[in-house]
Design a protein around this ligand. Structure first.
Ligand code: GDP
Ligand code: IMO
Ligand code: MG
Length: 428
């Protein structure tokens, strides 16, 4: 069987966790392939809300094997807390969780490096989640990092000390002292816990599963516009958030890729710094933030809000080869009489384009909007696709016409059940 991949098409927080959980029953394996505790994936069902950071969103289905792949950067301390929360809620996550021995380890000193490097950037800071993501991927690419498999070696403590002494010098370069306090003890306790779990060569596990006809769903983190190559660099994360990242982050060959689910909100949000062409700095943006409860699942920071941006969605669809679109959170726009969609950008020359230019800074482009009528009906109350108001189905058709990819899932609320599956409108 093929590996299906689900990825965010915007700046993260599109609702990936919810849809992975919805799709999970038809899969045998759910695997995370990049990112780490910078992610916050929210799942809601049976009146409870769960936020997962490093554990795949298939974990609530007992028949599913969940894999943390080699492309992930894993913080053992955050991980242990996450596992404890699941245990407290009666989920025996250790049973169906497998961790790649090749996943990178986030050390407490990586988090300090993240902080001092952000501070040094001053007003140019990336707005990182301060989870140590950038420094850990730097060590990985610099070929000095530690991996999960290393915790099984007798000389792990020595390797740890060597890397931390390197980090100490780097922190001093920023004019600060490395003080880890209780974090080191927490780290080694968490590493002891990690040793008791299923540490595997997940590339074999996944490829054998594919050969045996099992269904695999790869769960992306962050979003395409935060991709280290194609995102709004340097205001991006440090991994390949695109479909290509699933190949390197799991050890899956491109020929095994099947469906690519591209998830987007009916509007845009972004946390952290960086360009955002359709950002609304007025009361409209504030209403979206309040109605959509747009506050970070990982850091609690308010998310910046703006209208839907079709040129950037087209770009993400192209980069990922999206085969099905999933639209999230349309219910949030209920109160608006009219809804704007950006179809093009106007360049300083006056020329219109639907391509994403090298610089997305406000002085280099102006979004051009089409105004559509709002639906003014609480979509969250709708239980079947046939009940959707015509204003809303016209809105879907407008987007499909522009993007040329069918919208097969429409999410109208945070709960697992608030999910409408649909046959796409015919795209003429
Ligand atoms: P992820 O990082 O892509 O998994 O997304 P997050 O969990 O960070 O953010 C999505 C937020 O929107 C969460 O609070 C979800 O519970 C919520 N959510 C998901 N889908 C919908 C939806 O269709 N409508 C509403 N109102 N909320 C949703
Ligand atoms: P999920 O998986 C939204 C953003 C940060 C910052 C930039 C770099 O929940 O969609 P990093 O800590 O990765 O070095 O931060 O990326 N960012 C996210 N924004 N959702 C996420 O994950 C994010 N992960 C990182 O806010 O702007
Ligand atoms: Mg999130």
């Amino acid at each position: 069987m093929a590996v299906d991949i689900l990825i965010g098409l915007q700046w993260g927080d599109e609702g990936k966790g919810k849809i992975v959980d919805v799709l999970a029953p038809t899969y045998d394996i759910v695997a995370r392939f990049q990112g780490g505790p910078n992610a916050g994936h929210t799942l809601e069902f049976e009146g409870t809300k769960h936020v997962l950071h490093q554990i795949p969103s298939g974990i609530f289905h007992s028949h599913i094997q969940n894999i943390i792949g080699n492309g992930v950067v894993l913080d053992p301390i955050v991980f242990k807390t996450e596992m404890q929360k699941l245990t407290d809620r009666g989920v025996d996550a250790a049973q169906n969780l497998f961790i790649s021995k090749k996943a990178s380890l986030i050390l407490p000193s990586h988090k300090v490096l993240d902080k001092v490097s952000e501070e040094a950037l001053g007003s140019g800071k990336i707005g990182s989640t301060l989870k140590g993501i950038g420094p850990t991927y730097q060590d990985k690419i610099g070929r000095v990092g530690l991996r999960v498999g290393d915790i099984l070696s007798d000389d792990f403590q020595e390797c740890y000390d060597k890397l931390v002494s390197r980090h100490r010098k780097m922190v001093e370069f920023y004019g600060k002292q490395l003080e880890l306090g209780e974090q080191e003890q927490l780290f080694f306790d968490a590493v002891d816990y990690l040793r008791t779990l299923k540490l595997v060569d997940s590339e074999y596990m996944i490829n054998e599963a594919i050969q045996n006809g099992k269904r695999v769903l790869a769960e992306g983190a962050q979003g395409s516009l935060l991709d280290v190559d194609f995102g709004t660099y340097p205001f991006v994360t440090s991994s390949t958030t695109l479909v290509a990242g699933a190949c390197t982050g799991l050890g899956v060959a491109p020929k095994h890729i099947g469906e690519v689910y591209g998830i987007f909100k009916a509007y845009c949000t972004r946390v952290g710094s960086g360009p955002f062409p359709t950002e609304l700095l007025d009361e409209v943006g504030e209403s979206i933030r309040q109605a959509g409860r747009e506050f970070g699942s990982t850091t609690g920071r308010p998310r910046r809000c703006g209208w839907l941006d079709l040129p950037s969605l087209k770009y993400s669809i192209m980069l990922n080869g999206v085969t099905q679109l999933n639209m999230m959170k349309a219910d949030v726009l209920t109160e608006f009489d009219t809804i704007n969609i950006c179809t093009h950008y106007r360049l300083p020359s006056g020329e219109l384009t639907d391509k994403v230019p090298h610089s997305l800074e406000a002085e280099n482009l102006e979004p051009v909007y089409t105004e559509l009528p709002g639906w003014k009906i609480d979509l969250n109350k709708i239980e079947s696709i046939d009940e959707l108001p015509e204003t809303f189905t016209n809105y879907l058709a407008f987007i499909e016409e522009h993007l040329r990819v069918p919208i097969t899932i429409v999410s109208v609320g945070p709960d697992r059940k608030s999910t409408l599956k649909r046959d796409a409108l015919s795209i003429s």
